[in-house]
Write a protein that binds this ligand. Structure first.
Ligand code: 26V
Length: 833
């Protein structure tokens, strides 16, 4: 970014304008914001000043619709849906907001009149990266779909001062730098200092008897923190509805302990402030490694308690009767991170609203529902009983009581099987007494859902097997989706225009039913030519980005083969790297063969403490350098690891992909959502039958994908048998063996030949994610990719069919299913299919 003022706008003599009144009005409102809100005039405005002025001008339009939307929900006494999530991975909002308001073209014209480059403005907006990956991005897509469908959806979360770390790659290694998205302020949010709640921690619980002789529990916390609301409006497509994302910031009750300060204890005087405010300081940057730290539990309880207090207040203000809660309110728990809501809702109903225990329990269960997003054992949350007792003593009592009634009710049904009782208990007695948050969320909810058909089946068979047998109607499936507004219209305006020209404007409003009209166009060479032109355009844009950021040249005629997502062993970036090395060796051994040119593109962050994942990043970078520098390869194979993967980078990468890598060990990826975004933009998928790939293969047709590897069932059998003999598998695959040996012996790390010995030994001796078992099948599938690429008619026919058949993966469909089956919150006028 240029530090020079006026770097976005070139001053020129005021031209006579022929722009429409809308454009004129928008232009004037930008100039007024620049002057009166930002305090600059065009001549000394920095690019960021322009961004702020434009965002504020757009925000005015949001606010008008926001008020209307709120009033409509109140008037109709619509049921409200509260989406509790520790993560909202939003990305940038400017184009999203302008586009959903229908102001994008107006804004572009106004900026052109002002001689301001909208592309540069767009790029100065920092990503709101308040999430780690799929779970957080799903929450953001859901917020947009709820607004579009006129569902009265409220998001609740934490306003982290620092979002997900910035990844810097230096000498091939990942380094984490603090992310500072709020440095220039945030034009989208409204601080609401008047909306704040006290959140208690610690202390003790006493039984007090009141005048009516009913004993009750009184919790006296030793620490109280304030939660302050910050609201961001979320606008739906064509201004359908404007909902609110309410994020909480933690503050100390007092900014300064004056007595301590006056006594000379200057640091001590602000110690409480530091401790309190650390709660909303930073997002936990892991997405499935054991957390377990106290600060994380404090974050969870902090935002859950503030959100429940807030929504109960609203409910009482609007309806005046706590007993109508489930009729007017649905609360969705995004994973177990907000699962303490089960105990907190009970606490508020029983201790604050004075509802009798069993009535309170019925209200809670009828109001709450829970989504599970992972089956990986290391990501299943549990908290030490001792920590809970210390931090949340009243909640621990409530959890014990829920558990006691639960076990009693089973015994009353003549269930005495000790193993069964142990497995469905809220307390895990085997690992030093811990509270199982998954079981708590399950028991406290009327609906528990998985995020793809396979994942939901596996939930029934594994983590929740016994609870599922006891409550067979609770688990249901809601396959994920993505918002097409962002992941098609905004990221790929060329393709969107092509769709409009050929299947009509309707694609913008009902892509779920319209996209399929594209099918016959797959057979038309002239259409395919235009489809290819779009891809080339996007590939050229990505190539420019890579050139600018990494100084690497990409051949845009090559297959862009892309794997972008969190770096995780189960996602098997290492399998992709093994294929890369095997292909490299094949090219070197046989340089005269007619190899199909490939660009392997990787991006993704590793949790800071996840050493193996960080080593995989280093390996990708080592392989990249070696291959890219090898003259015998003659550019037939290029490998790039693009640093700092985030929503904005995804927006440039996805429309440019020819091949989408979705290659997790079957049974381990709950759903995946980038798989849907790639297919929507016409990339072909190479993948295992895992997560939502299964539904994709059913809807798109497996013949238009490259499906390989073991099924989840086969993985289970082979793992369970204990006869998975990696050494034998490797011995039988010359290619795999060659790739493993090269990495292990230091071909890619001559500066430290043993860098990867441990990594490869790990694979050879304990291949937990079964890379070796799937390698040959993966190699074969990759050769089919090459083959198809050499038959452009067939490749692009399949590509068009991928776009045509992906309508079902709209998050509007997903949200409609939640609203109809779980929340019972579909506004009557939107109850169409
Ligand atoms: C776990 C933990 C535990 C340690 C502290 C921080 C933290 C943060 C997040 C998680 C859970 C991550 C689960 C997750 O992201 N699941 C992904 O959810 C996507 C949306 O449903 C789905 O598409 C992906 O397949 C799934 O991996």
């Amino acid at each position: 970014m240029s530090a020079e003022p006026n770097s976005a706008a070139k001053q020129k003599d005021a031209p006579t304008s022929h722009a429409s009144p809308d454009v004129q009005a928008f232009k004037h409102s930008i100039l007024a914001k620049l002057k009166y809100a930002v305090g600059k005039d065009p001549a000394n405005a920095y690019i960021h000043d322009w961004f702020e002025a434009i965002a504020l001008a757009a925000r005015d339009h949001l606010v008008d619709n926001w008020e209307e939307s709120e009033a409509r929900v109140d008037r109709k006494q619509q049921k409200r849906v509260y989406y509790l999530s520790l993560e909202f991975l939003i990305g940038r909002l400017l184009v999203d907001c302008l586009s959903n308001l229908g102001l994008l073209e107006t804004a572009k014209a106004a900026l052109a009149e002002l001689d301001v480059d909208i592309e540069r403005i767009r790029e100065v907006e920092p990503d709101a990266a308040l999430g780690n990956g799929g779970l957080g991005r799903l929450a953001a897509c859901f917020m947009e779909s709820m607004a579009t469908l006129n569902i009265a959806g409220h998001g609740y979360g934490i306003r982290y001062e620092h979002g997900l770390f910035k990844q810097v790659i230096s000498d091939g290694w990942q380094h984490e730098h603090t992310e500072t998205w709020l440095d220039f302020g945030n034009p989208w949010e409204f601080e609401r200092p008047e909306v704040s709640y006290n959140i208690g921690f610690g202390g003790s619980v006493n039984t007090v008897t009141e005048r009516n002789d009913v004993p009750r529990q009184h919790w006296q916390p030793t620490e109280i923190i304030r939660a302050i609301a910050y609201d961001t409006p979320v606008v739906g497509w064509r201004r359908a509805g404007v909902n609110t994302l309410r994020l909480w910031r933690a503050r100390a009750l007092e900014d300064l302990q004056l007595e301590r300060f006056n006594a000379g204890d200057h640091l001590g005087a602000v110690a409480d402030v530091v401790r309190a405010e650390s709660i909303s300081r930073v997002l936990y940057p892991a997405d499935s490694t054991e957390a377990g730290q106290e600060l994380r539990l404090r974050q969870e309880y902090f935002f859950v308690s503030a959100s429940l207090q807030d929504l109960l207040h609203r409910h009482m203000r609007l309806h005046g009767d706590i007993h109508s809660l489930p009729e007017k309110v649905a609360i969705q728990l995004n994973d177990t991170h907000p699962a303490i809501a089960v105990a907190e809702l009970m606490r508020q109903l029983v201790d604050v609203y004075r509802i009798e225990w069993f009535a309170a329990w019925e209200l809670s269960v009828a109001t709450l529902s829970y989504t599970n997003h992972t089956l990986l054992p290391e990501a299943l949350e549990s908290w030490p009983v001792s920590l809970m007792e210390r931090l949340l003593p009243r909640h621990m009592q409530i959890i014990y009581l829920i558990n006691a009634y639960h076990i009693d009710s089973l015994r009353a049904q003549d269930i005495h099987d000790f193993e069964l009782l142990r497995s469905v208990s809220l307390i895990d007695e085997e690992h030093g007494r811990r509270v199982r948050m998954g079981n708590l969320a399950f028991l406290g909810s009327h609906s528990i859902n998985g995020v793809s058909a396979l994942h939901t089946d596996l939930m029934r068979e594994t983590v929740f097997r016994d609870l599922h047998n006891l409550y067979p109607d609770r688990i249901r499936n809601k396959t994920n989706g993505v918002t097409f507004r962002r992941w098609l219209y905004q990221v790929n305006p060329q393709l969107t225009q092509l769709l409009i020209e050929n299947i009509g404007q309707g694609v913008l409003d009902s892509p779920e039913s319209s996209l399929i009209k594209l099918e016959p166009f797959a057979e038309k060479p002239a259409f395919r030519k235009q489809f290819i032109a779009q891809r080339q355009h996007s590939k050229a844009a990505l190539a420019r980005l890579v050139k600018e950021r990494m100084n690497i040249d990409l051949n845009t005629e090559a297959i862009f083969d892309v794997q972008v997502k969190r770096i995780h062993e189960y996602k098997r970036q290492l399998l992709n790297l093994l294929h890369t090395v095997a292909l490299y060796q094949a090219i070197r051994n046989d340089p005269t063969t007619d190899w199909v040119p490939r660009v392997k593109i990787f991006a993704g962050k590793a949790a800071a403490s996840y050493h193996q994942a960080k080593l995989i990043i280093k390996l990708a970078n080592d392989i990249s350098r070696t291959i890219n520098d090898d003259p015998t390869v003659r550019g037939l194979l290029k490998v790039v690891f693009i640093p700092n993967y985030n929503v904005s980078l995804a927006e440039t990468i996805i429309p440019a992909a020819d091949l989408s890598e979705q290659i997790s060990t079957a049974g381990m990826e709950a759903s995946g959502t980038s798989n849907m975004k790639f297919a929507l933009n016409g990339a072909l998928t190479i993948g295992t039958l895992d997560g939502a790939n299964v539904e994709m293969s059913q809807l798109i047709g497996a013949e238009h994908m490259f499906i390989f590897g073991m099924t989840a069932q086969e993985v289970k059998v082979r793992m369970g048998n204990g006869d998975y003999d990696t050494i034998h598998v490797i011995k039988n695959s010359e290619r795999l063996n060659g790739a493993l040996e090269a990495i292990s012996k230091g071909v890619f790390s001559p500066d430290d030949p043993e860098r990867y010995t441990g990594l490869i030994d790990g694979l050879v001796h304990h291949d937990r994610y079964m890379l070796c078992a799937d390698f040959d099948s993966y190699w074969d599938a990759q050769r089919k990719v090459d083959e198809l690429w050499q038959n452009p008619n067939q490749w692009w026919r399949s590509a068009v069919l991928n776009t045509a058949r992906t309508g079902w993966f709209s998050s509007d469909r997903t949200i409609r299913e939640y609203a109809e089956d779980i929340w019972k919150a579909m506004p009557p006028e939107k109850k169409k299919g």
